[in-house]
Design a protein. Sequence first.
Length: 572
Amino acid sequence: MPPKFSKELSYPVSFETRTPREQPRTSPCEAGCPAGHAIQRTIYFIQDNRFEEALENVRAKNPFPGTCGRACFHPCEAPCNRTFFDQGLAIRALERAAFDLADREKVRRPKCRPKIGKRVAVVGSGPAGMTAAYFLTLFGHDVTVFEALPFPGGMPRFGIPDYRLPKDIPDREIEDIIVMGVKVRTHTAVGRDISFKEIMEAHDACLIATGAWREKRLDIPGKDLAVSGLDLLLRAKEGEKPMIGKKVLILGGGGVAFDYAGTARRLGADEVHIACLEPRDKMVAPEEDVRQGEQEGVILHNSKIFLRILGDGGRVTGVECQDVRAFKFSQDGRLEVKAVPGSEEILPADTVIFAVGEEPDLDFLDGAGDFRLTERGTLDVDMDTFATSVPGIFAAGDAATGPRSIAEAVGTGRKAAVSIDCYFSGKDPREIESIYFDQDGEIRTREVGKGSKGAKPAHVVCYEEIMNPDYYEKMNRVGTACLDPSEAVSGFQEINKGYDREEAVKEAGRCFHCGHCAMCGTCVDICPMDVLAMGEDGPTVAYPKECWHCGGCRINCPCGAVYYEFPLSMLI
C-alpha cells in the first residue's frame, strides 16, 4: 500500500463521537481538550489571518471561546509536542485571540433546524447548561433555562474575579446564545420558586446543570467563624467592597484559593496568606496562579494541617496549625496525615476563608424521582449519554462530574445536548460519527452505519513520530502583555491583555500541526519516483503502483501526518 495522509477536515465539526474517517491521526493538544476543540483548524485560520473563520470554528464546539480563552486551565498546552523542541504553543491565548480580534459582524452563524415541537428545560445557566441550550436550540428544540441568580452565567460570571475574567465577556457570549431564541428565567430557584416535578411535567426532557455551589467546610473547632469565599467573590463582582480585615488567611491550595487571595488583596487587605496541606511543588492550583499570587505578595504556608480556628468575642484571631510530614487518602477517601510532633503554631488572622472545595446542591430533587447519586454527591449518569436513572432527565457539568474545569463543563453540555436530541429521535448517540455545519451553516449528521464499528480512535502523534523537526525554526512562544503586579492589585482591571493581531499570527505559525497535513509539499519534493503529486487539498498518490515504500515521505514529514497501512505490497 502506498502512503496515506491524515488531512485537516474540510468542515468545522460540531460534535463527534467517533474519529472522522479522513483524519485518523491527531495531536496531543486536541486529544487533551475536554471541550473537544478542533484546535489545529483554529490555528490554521489564525496563521492565515482569518480570525472570523477561526472564531466560527471554535464556536462550532464551544460557545464560550472568550471565557475559555481567559479562564481555562489549558490542559491542552502541557502535552504540546513543541515543548520538546523549544516551548509549547500558547493555545489558550490563541483561542482568546479568535474571540477578541474577529470582526463579529462578519462571523457567520449556524442555522437552527426547523422546530419539531419538543420542549427542554435546563436547570442552571453556567457553561454546561448554556452550552447545552445553544446546541439544543440549533437542533430545533424550545429551550428554557432556570437560574436562581439575577443574571445567567454561573460560576464564570459570578465566581471568577474580574481581573481574570471580566464579567462582560460571559455576558456577551450568553447574549449570543439568548438571541437564538433561548428563554432564560432568572431569579427562579428550583425547589423554592418552582418545583423540579413541575418542570418535569411541563417539558419533554430536562437537563440538570446546577454546578457545584455548596462550599465545603473543614470539620474543626471554630469552623463557624470562617466566612464564605464565594460570597466574597459574588459581592466583589457586583462592585461591592465587603469589610474583610487587614490580615486574611485562606485555608486550601487550589485555584479557587488564589482567586480568593487576589480578591482580598484588591479589597484592601494588607496581608493575604494561603495555608494548605500540600508542599509547594504539589499544590493543586495551576502554576501560573501560584506564581501570580506570589508576585502580588500572597504569602504561602505549605504542608500544614489545621487544628482549630481561634476567636475572641466572636472575632477571629488566628488558626492553630501543625506541620505535615506526609499525607495520603485512603481507599474510602479519608485523609490520613502524619504530623510533626511539637510543630504547632498559630497563624494570626482577622478573616479566615475555607477554600477546600465545593459540591453540588441537589436537594431540589427530593421527591421528584428515583435519582441515584454517587459517593461524591453527584448525579449518577451514563458517561456516554449523560442520562440519569430517571428517563428523560440528563445531567452535565459539575452536577454530573463534580468540580471540574469550564472546558469540561462545555464538553459535557454539548454531549448531553446531542444525547437529548437522540432521545427524541430514538437514535443511539454512539452510532453517530459526526455532526457538523456545512458551508451554508446547515447542520448535517453522518452516522457510522448499520453493522459498522465505525472509525478507530485517532492515533495521537508523539514528538518521536515527527521525524523532521528541523523543518521548523526554533522560536520561543510569543508572550502576552500583562499589568505590573503593583498596578494589578490596585483594582479589578484585567491583568492579561492578550495578543494583538500580529502577535497571534506569529504564535499560530509555530504550530507543528501534529498528525494533520500542513500542505507544505515536503513529501512531494522528496519522493524519488515522483509517485506523489500536490493537489488542491494537499498531497495525493498519483502513481500508487510505482511506490517503493522507501519511507522518504514519512521520514521528511514535519507534521507526522504520513502513515502506512500494513501489510505493505512491495514491488519486486
